[in-house]
Design a protein around this ligand. Structure first.
Ligand SMILES: NC(=O)c1ccc[n+]([C@@H]2O[C@H](COP(=O)([O-])OP(=O)(O)OC[C@H]3O[C@@H](n4cnc5c(N)ncnc54)[C@H](OP(=O)(O)O)[C@@H]3O)[C@@H](O)[C@H]2O)c1
Length: 375
């Protein structure tokens, strides 16, 4: 029987997406096991990275004899490094009797890089490499960015009017977009490891920056606060710890009594003399070193302008409503002072969604290379 490989890999990708934002510094992986074109089992990376998806999928099959001669679809190369029981995923696949493995992306982690695939091939398991890499790479934009560029994958979220304004002239911005858009943006929070905002946005809006979708509250991202001069007191909702999540506060001032540092709150000092580029590069490098793969940013015009002018934004998430605010409103980006069209940065549409009369445009930087199949 001819198996529908594309269908099964799409299913594996969906499994991986369910883990996105919940695997710590580890990549989210989806895995499906199929026999005679029928689903036998599936798995995804566990919270903070273990168990691995392949291990879970294999363990989910109660009678292991069914695995003999089956096919596995997995979004990332099976690991060659050992788990706490002393076996790697590649070894578990071999021992299970799976005969063919479809792999989307090669793992850049030195402990596995190509070693997992080589192991399977040596054991006469047929491996199809780079299968649907483009589709699966959305799982690894953050992981690959952290490994290769030492910075998280940066997604800038903008909620704006039809004419691109993010607030009225009096700074009121609640709510430019509709409830469905806002729910989806909470879902996006759950898929990111961290969310960043600024002192100015906190002082104006008092946001909580967590995920408030039923059942996904614990998927709230780590909060990153830019508050150079410690203007935000602990009374603001962003410091509310009813759901414990890490908070990293970046400032140029350090005051011992400003905020109690504890298990969840960490204060990081940034050198006051850094220029804007070095300031953000320092923060992004620091976040990458803390294992943050995907960073969502929700800030106003000033920070948006800095990040866009420095070419630091990998992805734009633009929620656009049908309202018109006018030129007295706050634009999502300020002056960039370009004089030539060919100098403009292009963000290419990768996906469009509608939420009643609101639109979400997801746009990615066009000149970034896709490393998922090249490692
Ligand atoms: N609709 C939306 O998508 C959306 C999202 C977010 C915010 N907003 C709206 O945007 C408004 C705030 O926008 P905004 O442009 O005033 O603020 P912003 O861009 O959110 O933040 C600007 C602040 O960031 C801090 N900052 C940290 N590092 C900096 C650096 N290297 N250079 C410059 N500033 C740095 C500065 O405060 P310190 O000097 O205190 O560090 C500065 O005032 C609010 O009204 C809010 O409602 C809308």
């Amino acid at each position: 029987m001819l198996a529908n490989h594309t269908k099964w890999m799409n299913f594996a990708i969906l499994q991986g997406l369910r883990s996105k934002g919940a695997t710590g510094k580890n990549p989210p992986v989806g895995c499906v096991i199929v026999k005679n074109d029928m689903l036998l089992s599936y798995g995804r990376t566990g919270v903070s990275g273990r168990p691995h998806a392949e291990e879970e999928a294999i363990n989910n099959v109660s009678d292991k004899k069914y695995l003999l001669g089956s096919l596995m679809y997995v979004t990332l190369e099976p690991c060659a490094h050992k788990n706490k029981n002393g076996v790697s995923c590649a070894e578990q696949i071999y021992k299970s009797g799976i005969k063919e493995v479809f792999v989307s992306c090669i793992d850049p982690d030195n402990r596995t890089n190509r070693k997992g695939i080589d192991f399977l091939k040596k054991k006469d398991i047929k491996v199809h490499e780079n299968f649907m890499t483009g589709e699966a790479s959305k799982l690894y934009n953050g992981f690959f960015s952290r490994i290769f560029y030492k910075k998280p994958y940066i997604s800038l979220k903008i909620a704006c009017s039809l004419d691109g304004k993010i607030a009225l002239k009096n700074n009121k911005s609640k709510w430019i977009t509709n409830e469905l858009s806002r729910s989806y943006s909470h879902f996006l929070r759950s898929q990111n490891d961290a969310i960043m905002t600024s002192s100015s946005t906190i002082l104006n809006d008092n946001p909580r920056m967590n995920c408030r979708l039923n059942g996904l509250e614990r998927r709230s991202p780590t909060k990153i606060i830019l508050d150079r001069y410690l203007k935000v007191s602990s009374n603001y909702k962003i410091y509310d710890q009813s759901i414990k999540s890490d908070i990293f506060l970046y400032s140029v001032l350090q005051k011992k009594h400003h905020l109690n540092e504890n298990k969840f709150v960490k204060k990081i000092k940034v050198d006051k003399k850094l220029n804007n580029e070095d300031f953000f590069n320092f923060i992004f490098k620091d976040l990458a070193s803390k294992g943050i793969n995907n960073l969502l940013i929700e800030t106003g015009s000033i920070i948006n302008t800095l990040l866009l002018s420095l070419n630091l934004v990998d992805e734009l998430l633009i929620f656009r409503s049908g309202n018109i605010i006018g030129n007295d409103g706050l634009p999502f980006v300020n002056k960039l002072n370009f004089l030539e069209i060919n100098q403009l940065t292009n963000y290419k549409i990768s996906s469009l969604k509608t939420f009643e009369d609101n639109i979400l445009e997801i746009r990615n930087l066009t000149n970034k290379d896709n490393r998922c199949s090249q490692v």
